[in-house]
Write a protein that binds this ligand. Structure first.
Ligand code: FE2
Length: 371
């Protein structure tokens, strides 16, 4: 069912003060746990990301996107499943929403240092960064790394608060993600033409994130000439709250954060670890009912270390949780499977998860006696 036909619930998403949270403020801890459990996301203030740095990045990213396709094409790296560099439009697909391609182009980087041993095991999700050659390369790179790094720090600080709010040792989740294939993604949602306005085209089809925690610093809408567009009516980020008896499909809620706040959103890995106590939020990004409007935004995805096993932690391991989240999966392999599902990795990659020695045995048996 399309969200465009639904009544949107007017639920206030709690705003958590990161500074107070770090001091162990009880009200912040309670708001965090309640919101991540029922809505799967929360708004964060006092996060120390300068609006100016974010604006600088969005300006340079917009100019990168305006480069001719033939200049961007060498940065489209299907051999590393687009995990670094440019992802062209129509590449990624949502699994549940009918496999529709999203109406966007993206750029991926890793803002944190990467362990070479993990790159040998998972070359695609731990690939080196690549950077575009254009006039603003230095600004693009510097501002992108700066915002990505700070988003990561915020995520780790929040994971400390989430651990405490759930009665776990403070470093429980931070240790779980240490060394993970964290990735920051800049997104450019493409303008619709007149014939596409009001159609079923989504900027981002409804899905849940497959990582552990996602940080979204808020994007901006603008016309082709760069003039800002003020969203009217339904457009931007919408989420689906946890289903209950009264709302079996889950209430649809506008997710966009107030200016100056960022969004923190639960991903599948955190839902699994908490046995479903926290909710991986289904969300979608809708275009406005107006032609010629662009949107840029950004997301940082924090992942479990690839060797961690995704199964409910002991504190959350009920019979129902075990049944719901079985079988346990190695986090790196969970990423591989999902990247195949959404069309970024080739399906043959799944064969690497099975028994590897068939070919060797076949070759040995094919050797003729006396050779
Ligand atoms: Fe998402």
């Amino acid at each position: 069912m399309s969200i465009l036909n639904d009544d949107l619930s007017s639920i206030d998403i709690p705003i958590v003060d990161l500074e107070l949270l770090q001091k162990g403020d009880q009200a912040q801890l309670e708001a965090l746990a309640h919101s991540l459990s029922h809505l799967g996301l929360v708004h964060i203030k006092n996060h120390l990301i300068e609006q100016e740095t974010l604006d600088q990045f969005y300006d340079s990213f917009d100019r990168f996107c305006r480069q001719p396709t033939e200049d961007k094409q060498p940065l489209s790296l299907d051999e590393i499943w687009f995990q670094r560099g440019w992802t062209p439009p129509d590449t990624e697909r949502a699994v549940i929403a009918g496999g529709q391609p999203d109406f966007k182009e993206c750029y991926f980087i890793a803002p944190e240092p990467i362990d070479a041993a993990l790159r040998a095991e998972y070359p695609q999700i731990f690939a080196e960064n690549v950077w575009p050659r254009f006039q603003e390369e230095a600004l693009f790179k510097e501002s992108y790394l700066q915002v990505g790094h700070r988003l990561h720090e915020i995520g780790i600080e929040l994971l400390g608060g989430i651990s405490r709010a759930l009665g776990l040792a403070e470093h429980t989740f931070a240790q779980f993600v240490s060394g993970g294939a964290h990735v920051t993604r800049a997104l450019h949602y493409l303008p619709l033409d007149e014939s596409q306005v009001g159609s079923e085209i989504r900027w981002g089809e409804e899905h849940t994130d497959f990582n552990l925690l996602t940080l979204l610093p808020g994007g901006r809408f603008y016309y082709d000439d760069g003039a800002p567009y003020t969203p009217k009516g339904i457009s931007g980020l919408y989420l689906r709250a946890r289903a209950d008896r009264e709302h079996p499909q889950g209430r649809r809620i506008r997710g966009s954060a107030p200016r100056g706040c960022i969004i923190a959103q639960v991903g599948q890995q955190l839902e699994i670890l908490t046995g479903g106590k926290l909710l991986a939020t289904p969300h979608e990004v809708l275009p406005p009912h107006e032609a010629g409007v662009h949107r840029t935004s950004m997301a940082h995805f924090i992942h479990a270390h690839p060797h961690q096993i995704l199964t409910p932690l002991a504190q959350f391991k009920s019979v129902e949780a075990t049944r719901a989240y079985s079988p346990p999966v190695l986090a790196g392999n969970y990423s591989l499977k999902t990247l195949v599902d959404i069309g970024l990795a080739p399906s043959e990659e799944l064969n690497k998860l099975g028994y590897r020695h068939y070919r060797r045995l076949e070759e040995q048996r094919a050797v003729k006696q006396g050779d």
